[in-house]
Design a protein around this ligand. Structure first.
Ligand code: ARG
Length: 492
C-alpha cells in the first residue's frame, strides 16, 4: 500500500522476509491509541475536519474491538495493515489523512516505547512481590544457622535468611535500574516523522500528553534513530535475570540430597521418564538458561545497532523480537522464582547439623584469640590452622573433640601468652549460635543486623510499590482520558 514509487507488487517470499507481523501483534493496541491521539491532534490543529476525524476514530475503535479483522497477512507490518483497514472503513478522503505528518519511523518507536513502559511497570510490580516473598521467608528463618560457602567450600557460619536478604538487595538494585530507565523510555518520538519533522503545523506536546508521556524526544533524528533506551532496558533485564540465575543455582545445590538444606515444593519440580525416584528442579534450571537467553537478546540488539547510520534503517525492525522476548521471559522467570521462594521447605535440622560439625567456626575462634588475648590476627590464623590440621588428621573430627595436648602443640611454635586450657575454652564455647551472636559487624548475619535489613528492605518495597502504582495510574489515566476524548468526538 505504500508502493507509490515501485510499481510492481512485492513478491510473496520478499513480503514474508520483510514482515514484522510476528512481533507486531504485541504493539497493535499501542498503534491504535497512537493513531487516535495523532488524529485528534491533526483535527485540533485544523488539518482534518470533525467529520473526517469521526470516520477515522470509529475505524480505529473497530480495530481495537476486533483486531482479527485486520488483514495482517497482506502487509509488511501492523502500521500498514492498520492504515489500510482505516482507509477501507472510512474511505481515502478521511482515512487517507491519518498518516499526515507522521511516518512509520516515529510510529514504530512510539509503539515500542508505550509497550516497554507497561512492561517495566509489570516487571517492577512482580519484582516487588518477589522481594517481599524473600523478606517474609527471611523473617521466618532468621535464627537458623547455615553454612556459608566461598569457592563452594565451607567458609563461615551464617543463616539461610541472610542469603535470602542478599538476594533481596540484589533484586532491589535491579528494581532501581528498571525504575530509572523508565524515565528515558517514557518520552514521545511522535511527530519526528521520517527523520526531519514536518512542514505541517503539528503539536508534538499535545500527542505526548494524550498518550501519557513525560515529555517529547526533542531532536527528530534522535527520536527516530536512537535505540539506546531499549538497550539500557534490555541490559537491566540481563543483569536482573543473572541475579535470578544465581539464586536458582544456590537453590539447586542446596536441594541436592547431599546438601538437603531445602526442598522444592512438588508443583515446582519435574521428574524423570526413567528414574522413579527423581524430583528435579527443572524450573530453576530453566531460570539459569533464561538468563543466558535474555543476555543473548541484548547482544543481538547491540549487534544490530552497532555502526548503523543515523536515520531509520530496516535493521532496526529486528530489535523488536529480542526486546519483547526479553520482557516476556523476564516477567515469567520472576513469577516462577516468586512461587518457588514462597513454597520452599527449609530443613533447619540439616542446616544446623552441617554447621555444627564444620570447621567454618575457625575464623570466629581466631577472632576470639585476637580480642581476648590481644595477639596479632596472623598468629591467631596460624594457631587455628594448626588446630584444624590436627582435627582433620584425626579423621575430620570436630574442633571440640580436640584434646589438651592438641591445643598445646598448636600453640608451641608461637610466642604468645595463651594457655592451652584458655584456647580449649574458646574452642568449646564457639557454637554456630555463638558465632552468629559474636559477629556484630554491619551487614553480618547477626540477628539485630538482619532485623535492620528486613526493616529497610520492607520500607524500600513499599516505596517502590507506591511509585509503580502512581506510574501505572498515570498511564491508565491518560488512556482513559484519551478514550473519553475519542467518545466525545464520536458522539458530537
Ligand atoms: N516494520 C517496521 C519496524 O518494525 C516499521 C518501520 C518501517 N519503516 C520503514 N521506513 N520501512 O521497524
Amino acid at each position: 500500500m505504500y508502493r507509490s514509487r515501485p510499481t510492481e507488487k512485492l513478491k510473496d517470499d520478499v513480503l514474508r522476509f520483510l514482515s514484522s507481523m510476528g512481533q507486531d501483534h504485541s504493539i497493535l493496541y499501542y498503534d491504535i491509541v497512537g493513531s487516535e491521539a495523532h488524529s485528534i491532534m491533526l483535527h485540533e490543529k485544523g488539518h482534518i475536519t470533525h467529520g473526517e476525524l469521526k470516520k477515522i476514530l470509529s475505524a480505529l475503535e473497530e480495530a481495537k474491538k476486533s483486531p482479527t479483522s485486520l488483514r495482517t497477512e497482506d502487509y509488511e507490518d501492523i502500521h500498514e495493515a492498520l492504515e489500510a483497514f482505516v482507509i477501507k472503513r472510512s474511505g481515502i478522503d478521511a482515512g487517507g489523512k491519518m498518516h499526515t505528518a507522521r511516518s512509520r519511523n516515529d510510529q514504530v518507536v512510539l509503539d515500542i516505547r508505550m509497550k516497554i513502559r507497561d512492561d517495566i511497570n509489570q516487571i517492577c510490580a512482580a519484582l516487588a512481590n518477589l522481594v517481599q516473598g524473600l523478606v517474609e521467608r527471611a523473617e521466618e528463618n532468621k535464627q537458623v544457622p547455615m553454612l556459608m560457602y566461598t569457592h563452594l567450600q565451607q567458609a563461615q557460619i551464617g543463616t539461610f535468611s541472610h542469603f535470602l536478604l542478599s538476594y533481596a538487595y540484589g533484586l532491589m538494585r535491579d528494581m532501581e535500574r528498571l525504575y530509572l530507565v523508565y524515565h528515558r523510555i517514557n518520552q514521545s518520538p511522535l511527530g519526528a516523522c521520517a527523520i526531519g519533522g514536518s512542514s505541517i503545523a503539528i503539536d508534538r506536546k499535545r500527542t505526548a500528553m494524550l498518550l501519557g508521556f513525560d515529555s517529547i524526544i526533542k531532536n527528530s533524528i534522535d527520536a527516530t534513530s536512537s535505540r539506546d533506551a531499549f538497550l539500557e532496558y534490555a541490559s537491566t533485564l540481563a543483569i536482573l535475570t543473572s541475579t535470578l540465575g544465581r539464586i536458582a543455582e544456590d537453590f539447586i545445590i542446596w536441594s541436592t540430597t547431599e546438601f538437603g538444606y531445602i526442598e522444592l515444593a512438588e508443583p515446582y519440580t519435574s521428574t524423570s521418564s526413567a528414574m522413579p525416584q527423581k524430583k528435579n528442579s527443572d524450573p530453576l534450571e530453566l531460570t539459569r538458561s533464561k538468563s543466558a537467553i535474555v543476555t543473548s537478546n541484548l547482544v543481538s540488539m547491540l549487534g544490530i545497532v552497532k555502526a548503523l547510520p543515523s536515520g531509520y534503517s530496516r535493521d532496526l525492525q529486528d530489535i523488536k523480537a529480542p526486546l519483547i522476548g526479553a520482557s516476556a521471559i523476564t516477567l515469567d522467570t520472576i513469577k516462577i522464582m516468586d512461587h518457588v521462594v514462597r513454597s520452599l521447605q527449609i530443613n533447619k535440622e540439616r542446616m544446623l547439623q552441617a554447621a555444627s560439625i564444620s570447621y567454618a567456626i575457625a575464623l570466629d575462634i581466631a577472632e576470639q584469640l585476637v580480642m581476648q588475648k590481644k595477639i596479632p590476627f596472623r598468629t591467631a590464623h596460624r594457631i587455628v590452622g594448626a588446630l584444624v590440621n590436627k582435627a582433620a588428621s584425626k579423621g575430620n573430627i570436630s574442633l571440640v573433640k580436640l584434646e589438651f595436648a592438641d591445643a598445646t602443640s598448636a600453640l608451641k611454635a608461637h610466642k604468645v601468652d595463651v594457655k592451652p586450657d584458655e584456647l580449649m575454652k574458646i574452642i568449646n564455647g564457639m557454637t554456630p549460635e555463638k558465632s552468629l551472636e559474636a559477629r556484630k559487624s554491619s551487614g553480618s548475619p547477626n540477628l539485630l543486623e538482619q532485623e535492620e535489613m528486613i526493616k529497610s528492605l520492607s520500607q524500600g518495597i513499599s516505596n517502590y510499590r507506591t511509585g509503580i502504582q502512581k506510574r501505572s495510574k498515570m498511564v491508565e489515566g491518560s488512556f482513559d482520558n484519551l478514550e473519553r476524548t475519542v467518545r466525545n468526538y464520536l458522539e458530537l
